[in-house]
Design a protein around this ligand. Structure first.
Ligand SMILES: [Zn+2]
Length: 120
């Protein structure tokens, strides 16, 4: 991959990392929904929603961090599974992608529960 593209992507990833961290701080600020004596269904639903959101963001944050480390190591854009180069167009859309399209769809076929749109 060209160096100018890499720099652009690294900036994008760092920006995403910051944004995710901000959201996480926000979520962590309101951990107490006060679920107690009165069963407030809506509160419970909101609580569960925020837990799910937090998990997803933590996962995304991990992936972004990994991509940044790969850039620093000069190994960015290499598929973790088949060690081939990941299509740069794919990386533009999913900068934190760690698998090429072929390996990704192979994995999704075997493990359908991993098929989430936010995981490149
Ligand atoms: Zn691959």
């Amino acid at each position: 991959m060209e160096k100018t593209n890499l720099i652009k992507l690294e900036k994008k990833l760092l920006g995403a990392q910051k944004a995710y961290e901000k959201i996480l701080i926000k979520i962590k600020k309101y951990p107490d929904y006060g679920i107690g004596e009165e069963d407030n269904v809506q509160e419970i639903e909101e609580f569960e929603e925020s837990l799910g959101l937090r998990k997803n963001i933590e996962k995304a944050l991990k992936e972004v961090g990994r991509a940044i480390r790969q850039i620093k190591k000069g190994k960015y854009g290499i598929c973790l599974s088949c060690k081939k180069e990941i299509n740069p167009k794919r990386l533009e859309i999913y900068p934190s992608a760690t698998l090429c399209v072929a390996c990704k769809s192979e994995r999704a076929r075997r493990k359908p529960w991993l098929r989430f749109p936010w995981r490149g």
